[in-house]
Design a protein around this ligand. Structure first.
Ligand code: IDP
Length: 161
């Protein structure tokens, strides 16, 4: 059906994207950012960080009981990451589509034009992160970027959106 402007389906969303250490080391940053912009996203904010163990464990807390968790924490803290807040209509699922399946080696076969297929290596070293739901996106954006509380005090350490 035709949608009128002002329809809820046209509301912009925000999602959290991250270029993981293998993406930075492999010099994929320009390609990934060009793809992001060419796909209609606005990059609202970005920061390059070297995650420490505690920050990485907090970010990936939902995976803390998984057998791959120690490897994941070692990998994500192995070098700097570039964290971005992306905005567009349908940002969360559109960014997930653009990055492709978790396992970059399988993505090379099934989704050859996805970012993980083109820049990633395997199930762990898959080059990029994307929030998996609107709820995760809200948590992940506030995890890395400054928010003010009701008293107007900053409650996290990076630049405000
Ligand atoms: P997603 O990033 O596609 O949402 P998740 O299942 O949420 O995938 O896993 C988070 C990250 O943990 C993945 O992007 C990948 O880097 C890593 N990972 C997931 N499953 C495995 C695994 O079985 N072995 C090693 N690393 C994994």
């Amino acid at each position: 059906p035709l949608r009128c402007s002002g329809d809820a389906t046209l509301t912009k969303e925000r999602t959290l994207a991250m270029i993981k250490p293998d993406g930075l080391v492999g010099n994929h940053t320009n390609f990934i950012q060009n793809t992001i912009l060419a796909s209609g996203f606005t990059i609202l904010n970005q920061i390059t960080l070297q995650l420490d163990q505690d920050t990485a464990k907090g970010f990936y807390a939902e995976h803390s009981s998984r057998t791959f968790f120690p490897n994941l924490i070692n990998y994500i803290t192995s070098g700097p990451v570039l964290i971005m807040v992306l905005e567009k209509v349908n940002a969360v699922s559109d960014w997930r589509s653009l990055i492709g399946p978790t396992d970059a080696s399988k993505a090379k076969v099934t989704h050859p034009h996805s970012i993980r297929a083109m820049c990633g290596v395997n199930l762990e070293r898959n080059c990029v992160h994307g929030s998996d739901s609107i709820k995760s996106a809200a948590r992940e954006i506030s995890f890395f970027f400054k928010k003010t509380n009701s008293a107007g005090e900053n409650v996290s350490e990076h630049d405000e959106l």
